[in-house]
Design a protein around this ligand. Structure first.
Ligand code: ZN
Ligand code: ZN
Ligand code: ZN
Ligand code: ZN
Ligand code: ZN
Length: 590
């Protein structure tokens, strides 16, 4: 009895006290971490009994898991798409995923964590529950990677804290707010992220190879083990004291030291390739030099046809030689050493050719067409016929993109709160003009070209009388740049794209036809939110149903009806005019 660690004041069940202390003893004497872990888990399962005894009650037979993994498992699958790069920061991101993305080793992200945690936890119960579970996991060392487990003394104190105090959201918010616990939560989120990634080996291997993930993983696991070690020390010291200090605060000064050695693995801004940087520099140089625009369609066509036939960069760079660029220059470009200082030695004509080469090479690298599986093709075709009310072969599926300014001529249906209704009903193409150059009378077919500039309202470039000199020259430069671009746009026929049965990857977007309304939409993870076949989401919002009374297919309300055939009440769709008529004749009988 004297050697017992757990000594409840009025032990109503001696056998249970003996059992718990035996488990604690076994943990202390064994050096097998697996057995230690199992025994701790078993004690955790008995946490309610232990607490009950402390309060002088008989231990109830309730065995309950101390931790709830369900909410933690829920987000593992979304980490790849929504947290690891190259994910996009979107405003309508799930709150928990947003918090987790803060814990990612990017730029320093703890700055506004306090406000975000407080705001999310107070408005969203799921976030609050998630934070509690993540804290339990970290404090107790429940992750597989944890080398230091929390000792019984500390566990005992935290059982009470989590089962009573933390169950009250207001208490949690006050605890968090008053004691600045954001650094602790920050590390708990990091540890969760490390564990989640370690669970999927392929992801772990990939990000290890690409970004040296283990640097981050080691730092987090090591600091959390140290945190648990600190908690253990304090727990052993203060276990029998009546007044206990805020243990987590004591560990936090250590954590804030650690977080000063900030690890930044992922870039927050996408890196530009050498060729795209070179293109920008060449463009700037040619504009400031006022070089006359030299568009050589034949050479561009030649470059493109080489690039379409091979992926070998050596062969592709050789095509520059054929276009009359010197061997030294081509080698320097290939070795990525050709730079701004070399521009002066070159003729404008050659610089134009090199700029065109850079543009086309980048374009071909980032543009692709993917063939969709048969079942999606069939659904798209059906939807297209339905949308156009036409079965003839009228190229309803054809759209255009401009390879010069990268303008997409499709009406993209976007799912957002400010959803553009017009795009949902729009037909045809945006900003496309017919080339009325006289030379087209020789070729039999009309050319569609990009008409982006003539239609655009040049809001940003409008010069104001009070602009300073710098602003004026900057705006003149921008105007020139746009003018040149549009002159090249006009001179280049648009690219015809058939989206039926295809997905187009272009300018960092993936575009497909919606399988239920045949509008063009972006393909991403949320494309499956409403259905198992990809869709634009917009057409699922005002989904039409068949009215139970007049059988019109329109947007309906759900009303309670009495069904005589089934002899029971249930909900059924009813159009607005019918609901008006039958509103007074309730109950509605069908
Ligand atoms: Zn038609
Ligand atoms: Zn264009
Ligand atoms: Zn206008
Ligand atoms: Zn749709
Ligand atoms: Zn009706």
């Amino acid at each position: 009895m004297e050697t017992y660690i757990w000594k409840p004041k009025e032990p109503k069940n001696i056998a249970f006290v003996k059992a718990v202390n035996t488990w604690i003893h076994l943990i202390q004497v064994t050096d097998n971490p697996f057995i230690q872990r199992c025994l701790y888990k078993w004690i955790d399962t008995n946490n309610l009994k232990i607490i009950n005894m402390d309060y002088g009650n008989y231990p109830t037979i309730r065995l309950m898991d101390f931790m709830d993994d369900r909410i933690l498992c829920k987000f593992i699958s979304q980490i790849i798409m929504d947290i690891l790069p190259p994910c996009k920061q979107t405003k309508d991101k799930n709150k928990i995923l947003h918090l987790l993305s803060k814990a990612c080793p990017k730029r320093c992200q703890i700055r506004n964590l306090k406000e975000i945690v407080f705001q999310y936890a107070s408005t969203d119960n799921e976030t609050y529950q998630f934070l509690l579970e993540v804290m339990k996991k970290s404090i107790f060392g429940a992750y597989d990677h944890a080398k230091v487990l929390l000792c019984f003394e500390a566990r005992h104190v935290f059982y009470v804290m989590f089962q009573f105090q933390m169950q009250n959201k207001d208490f949690f918010l006050k605890w968090f707010q008053n004691n600045n616990h954001q650094i602790f939560i920050f590390f708990c989120l990091k540890e969760y992220l490390c564990d989640a990634i370690a669970q999927v080996k392929t992801v772990n291997d990939f990000i290890e190879e690409k970004w040296n993930w283990s640097i981050f993983h080691e730092q987090v696991v090591h600091s959390m083990d140290s945190t648990r070690r600190i908690l253990n020390t304090i727990a052993k010291r203060e276990y029998n004291l009546l007044h206990k200090s805020d243990w987590i605060s004591s560990a936090e000064s250590f954590l804030s030291q650690i977080s000063k050695q900030h690890i930044k693995l992922f870039r927050t801004t996408p890196s530009n390739s050498y060729l795209s940087k070179l293109e920008t520099m060449l463009n700037k140089y040619l504009i400031t030099e006022n070089a006359p625009l030299a568009i050589n369609k034949e050479i561009s066509h030649f470059f493109l046809s080489v690039m379409q036939r091979t992926r070998d960069p050596k062969v592709i760079f050789q095509s520059l030689l054929a276009a009359g660029i010197s061997t030294d220059t081509v080698h320097a470009m290939y070795r990525e050493t050709f730079s701004q200082t070399d521009f002066r030695m070159m003729e404008y004509k050659d610089l134009f050719i090199m700029k065109e080469f850079c543009r086309l090479y980048e374009l071909i690298k980032h543009t692709a067409i993917f063939v969709l599986p048969q079942h999606l093709y069939k659904k798209q075709k059906e939807a297209l016929i339905n949308k156009e009310q036409c079965t003839a072969n009228h190229n309803h599926n054809i759209g255009y993109i401009c390879f010069v300014c990268k303008d997409v001529k499709f009406f993209l249906t976007k799912f957002s709160n400010s959803s553009r209704h017009s795009n949902k009903l729009a037909r045809g193409s945006l900003r496309v003009v017919v080339d009325n150059d006289e030379s087209i009378f020789e070729t039999k077919k009309l050319n569609f070209v990009c008409g982006r500039k003539p239609e655009r309202h040049v809001k940003n470039s409008k010069r104001k009388w009070n602009d300073d000199k710098k602003a004026v020259s900057r705006k003149i430069f921008k105007e020139k740049q746009r003018n040149r671009l549009s002159r090249q746009c006009i001179a280049t026929p648009l690219q015809e794209i058939d989206l039926l049965g295809h997905a187009l990857q272009f300018n960092n977007k993936m575009m497909v036809l919606c399988t239920s309304c045949a509008n063009v939409c972006m393909l991403d993870a949320s494309s499956y939110n409403y259905s198992t076949t990809l869709n634009c989401q917009v057409c699922f919002l005002g989904k039409h149903e068949k009215c139970i009374k007049c059988e019109n297919v329109t947007s309906c309300n759900k009303v309670l009806v009495f069904n005589r055939k089934k002899t029971r009440m249930h909900q059924a769709p009813m159009c607005s005019s019918c609901s008006g008529v039958y509103a007074l004749k309730q109950p509605i009988i069908i």
